[in-house]
Design a protein around this ligand. Structure first.
Ligand SMILES: Cc1ncc(COP(=O)(O)O)c(C=O)c1O
Length: 331
């Protein structure tokens, strides 16, 4: 029974992904990513994103973000991101470590989103003694559960490229954003100007798998050695790739995300006092009282009564409805 709205990280694994892992467990295969599963995954990513790609599977989003930012930013570089960005607040300096010391420049913006004008101002304000502009990091869906439209992404990427920054997209919840918008993945990435995406799977049904997808071909030679020497090039890579291949087969990634998003809409419609637009699988609301029997996190950066409720691929309608009934009881 799912009584847990803490995070999509607290949920289990899609059966399709476990079955793919079991299938990948037979026989021998070339190690360190030279296997057939990893090659099929690369081809699938190229087909889904309609672009030639190099791929680097990793076990955590933090690794994917830090390696990608590290590949884009010089040690003396400046990396621009939203003030609430996971890369800034939740990775204990991993992007700074992997870049050899680049400076994160957090920028405020409503609803978890960076705005193109604010980004341009922040970049223009960087003096040569402060840091050299090198990277803009965006999150899709954002940490506030909102989603950038293709036009918003393009405007941000245009500012970045006009200032010699490459664009990293933290896609821990990219599937939820793509499912919400219903547009081609290319529209949310390279066609808008994104140079590399860290596509999340763990929060949306995988066991532990994310993949760096580089659209800019010059990033491959920057990423490959960093991926290896930081210990993220798994010898039995097929087990990471098998999870990701299953995730991207028969639209599992989008089916899982559509369900999680629908559960968030159901939750938002009934809970009341919602404080951010609900566009993915995360609901922020004011809940003055604890709801016994349910677990979720307080989110005090949005105010003293604010809580975050996260739904997942296996959140059940009846659990949402039972939670809403419990909320009505205490109101
Ligand atoms: C926006 C965002 N980026 C990245 C991550 C990935 O983190 P982890 O290193 O735990 O996989 C998370 C997980 O909470 C996240 O919310």
């Amino acid at each position: 029974v799912t009584l847990d709205f803490r995070s999509d990280n607290t949920h289990g694994v899609s059966p399709e992904i476990l079955e793919a892992l079991a299938r990948a467990g037979h026989g021998t295969m070339k190690s360190y990513g030279g296997d057939a599963v990893t090659e099929r995954l690369r081809q699938r990513c190229a087909a889904i994103f309609e672009h030639e790609v190099s791929i680097f599977p990793v076990v955590t989003g933090t690794a994917g973000n830090a390696l990608t930012i590290g590949a884009m930013a010089k040690p003396w570089g400046a990396v621009f991101c939203h003030d609430e960005a996971h890369v800034h607040r939740d990775e204990l300096g991993a992007p700074e470590l992997f870049s050899g010391g680049a400076k994160m420049i957090p920028i405020a913006g409503a609803n978890g989103k960076l705005e193109a004008e604010a980004l341009a101002r922040a970049i223009d304000n960087i003096g040569l003694h402060f840091g050299r502009t090198s990277c803009v990091s965006l999150t899709q869906a954002t940490e506030a559960g909102t989603v950038y439209t293709p036009d918003e992404l393009r405007a941000l990427c245009d500012v970045a490229h006009a200032h010699e920054c490459r664009v990293h997209l933290d896609g821990a919840r990219f599937a939820n954003a793509a499912a919400h918008l219903g547009v081609a993945p290319a529209e949310l990435t390279w066609r808008a100007g994104v140079d590399a995406l860290v596509l999340g799977a763990t929060k949306n049904g995988a066991l532990a798998a994310e993949v760096i997808i580089a659209f800019d071909p010059t990033l491959e030679e920057e990423l490959a050695p960093r991926w290896h020497r930081s210990g993220h090039r798994m010898s039995k890579m097929r087990f990471l790739s098998a999870q990701l291949e299953a995730y991207l087969t028969d639209d599992l990634w989008l089916r899982n995300a559509r369900h999680a998003n629908a559960m968030a809409q159901r939750l938002a419609a009934g809970v009341g006092n919602v404080i951010q637009p609900v566009e993915a699988n995360v609901v922020f609301a004011r809940l003055p009282r604890e709801i016994a029997g349910y677990i979720y996190y307080d989110w005090t950066i949005f105010g003293p009564d604010a809580v975050r409720l996260v739904t997942a691929f296996d959140t059940r309608e009846e659990d949402v409805d039972a939670f809403l009934a419990a909320v009505r009881q205490v109101k």
